[in-house]
Design a protein around this ligand. Structure first.
Ligand code: FES
Length: 155
């Protein structure tokens, strides 16, 4: 079977809070739970460090999907870091809609360090969602631009 959805392997970046999602990922590993290798984890001290610019740059650098995973609401070790992250993710989603990348490619999740199975489930579900959406539209644009540049250099 060869259609584009089976050939496309999305590149996913997950910004994970050290205290919850990152620990949940460790737990998932210890429990030998499978989750897609498409997801690259970036550890952060708290999702309160989430920066809209960094989220957008992840897409600019070729991510097809990005998510931020923080502590459960009310459980942030820095009090309201995850609530700040939630607002920033909402804002970045609007920007992604406006520039045509699509806000649905960015999500925020909340989980506890004990939720290894939930971590694996999020990774699987999000990867599948992005696989269905297809490649980041910026990639197509960049590929076209590179091809145009090559053609111009040849002629
Ligand atoms: Fe986990 Fe703030 S410490 S989101």
């Amino acid at each position: 079977m060869s259609n584009s959805s089976t050939q496309f392997e999305p590149k996913i970046i997950a910004f994970c809070c050290y205290y919850c999602a990152y620990s949940a990922a460790d737990l998932a590993g210890s429990m030998r739970l499978q989750y897609p290798a498409n997801v690259r984890l970036i550890e952060m001290p708290c999702t309160g460090k989430t920066d809209v610019r960094v989220l957008l740059e992840a897409f600019e650098n070729g991510a097809d999907g990005v998510y931020v995973a923080g502590c459960l609401e009310g459980d942030c070790h820095f009090l309201k870091g995850n609530l700040r992250a939630k607002k920033r993710v909402q804002y970045a989603k609007k920007l992604l809609d406006e520039i045509g990348i699509g806000g649905e490619r960015l999500e925020m999740f909340n989980l506890a360090s004990s939720m290894g199975p939930r971590f694996a489930e999020i990774a699987r579900e999000f990867t599948e969602k992005i696989r269905q959406l297809g490649p980041n539209p910026l990639k197509k644009h960049n590929t076209c631009s590179q091809e145009e540049a090559k053609e111009k250099n040849v002629s």
